[in-house]
Design a protein around this ligand. Structure first.
Ligand code: ADP
Length: 387
């Protein structure tokens, strides 16, 4: 059955009263761009920040109304609270009351909220963002190898590809199929090399040009986080869109992140961008787990000789200066790109290679960073001296 057009969805949403009982969602201009593809519909409804928690019934009504349309298999609707002009900084994110734990994943339950504004994701121990100040520094390559390295260490791991500008996880992991929808309407993530995978690339036609707006991205992502039937995961690695614009900030603010990892190349320019990345996460109170220097030095695939093409130690020095953990250097090596292109990350394809070992060491640092962040977030014990 054909998926309805955007216009048809808009018409249907125009039958729903606004939050104050006057006007309708469309005429009040509360509905974001509507995304329609292959039986799926996604959009967000903008509501005042202070009323977001009381407007869940409105969100539900919109979701059910669209779900009832023929040709619609799945609907993702999120409430987004936008800043009123002149209101200054966005509201602080609601950090989880309990820091997400690594180790055995939390038991499911606890009511996943579709707006994604608060609370840890049931069943997921820790959500980690892999970010970069700009594109092309190897963020996705690092994210996928970090995920594989964590899985090799015995953790149950998922990857959420949130890179709207170039979702690459399906290619990096050799996935050609699309995820299935379960009976309870949740999406079943795909599996590759022992990790669970969900990509924004599964939801959009890679050939079709698409303009993402902040609320749309948050809508799609928070629901990919919460309406996907992730198994119990110790860690979910989120491959963020590159850069530090509004979209990235909104994401950092809306996804309950246990921490963020910044990927940089050694050139100074990239480091300046990396600093912006750090500042962005700090602004929204997300712990920085550390900085990774990718393409740190060149290893000749023929003779194995190391050349420090861009100089060396830039990211380490910068990390020290910024009091961030330096998570390690990943060499520029042909096999990393070749294995990525062939759909099996180097950590899996050549586990004993120095390149794979470099990622394994980074994974150790990430876990240490997580432990530290979680310890810092835990309430300090009150010391009582008894007579
Ligand atoms: P980003 O996600 O930052 O845009 P990608 O991970 O897509 O970057 O990497 C860009 C290109 O660089 C890809 O072709 C990838 O295979 C290659 N690449 C990334 N890191 C390395 C590395 N350490 N050695 C060799 N090639 C790399």
């Amino acid at each position: 059955m054909a998926t309805p057009t955007k216009e048809a969805v808009r018409e249907r949403l125009a039958t729903i009263e606004g939050p104050d009982g006057s006007g309708d969602l469309i005429s009040l201009g509360l509905v974001s761009d509507i995304y329609v593809s292959d039986g799926r519909v996604a959009f967000s409804i903008t509501v005042p920040a202070d009323r977001a928690h009381t407007l869940e019934p409105l969100r539900k009504r919109a979701e059910e109304t669209v779900k009832a349309m023929s040709g619609v298999e799945r609907v993702m609707v999120a409430l987004t609270a936008e800043r009123a002009p002149g209101q200054g900084q966005p509201a602080q994110p609601q950090r989880p009351a309990q820091p997400p734990n690594r180790g055995p994943a939390q038991a499911p339950g606890g009511g996943g909220q579709s707006s994604g504004r608060s609370g840890p994701v049931p069943g997921i121990g820790a959500v980690i963002a892999v970010a970069s100040g700009k594109g092309g520094v190897g963020k996705s390559t690092t994210a996928v190898n970090l995920a594989c390295a964590l899985a090799r260490k015995g953790l149950s791991v998922g990857v959420l590809d949130a890179d709207i500008y170039g979702p690459s996880m399906p290619r990096l992991l050799g996935i050609t199929s699309k995820p299935q929808t379960l009976e309870d309407k949740r999406i079943k993530p795909l599996e590759a090399h022992g990790i669970e995978v969900m990509s924004i690339g599964f939801l959009v036609d890679p050939e079709a040009p698409m303009i993402w707006r902040g609320p749309m991205v948050v809508s799609a992502l928070t629901q990919m986080l919460r309406d996907v039937a992730w198994g119990n995961l110790d860690v979910l690695v989120v491959d963020m869109p590159p850069g530090t614009g509004d979209t990235q900030l909104t994401l950092a603010q809306n996804v309950p992140l246990a921490g963020a990892v910044i990927v940089s190349t050694p050139q100074d320019l990239a480091l300046i961008d990396a600093r912006k990345g750090l500042a962005m996460f700090e602004k929204v109170d997300v712990p920085i787990l550390g900085i990774i220097e990718n393409m740190s030095h060149f290893i000749c695939p023929h003779c194995g000789e190391r050349s420090d093409v861009f100089g060396t130690g830039g990211a380490r020095t910068e990390a020290e200066r910024l009091h961030a953990r330096f998570l390690g250097e990943i060499p520029l090596h042909m096999s990393i790109r070749e294995r990525s292109d062939a759909g099996t990350p180097i950590v899996i394809a050549e586990p004993d290679s120095p390149q794979a070992q470099a990622f394994m060491a980074v994974a150790d640092g990430v876990l240490e960073g997580l432990d530290q962040a979680q310890a810092a977030a835990r309430p300090q014990p009150r010391i009582v001296v008894e007579d």
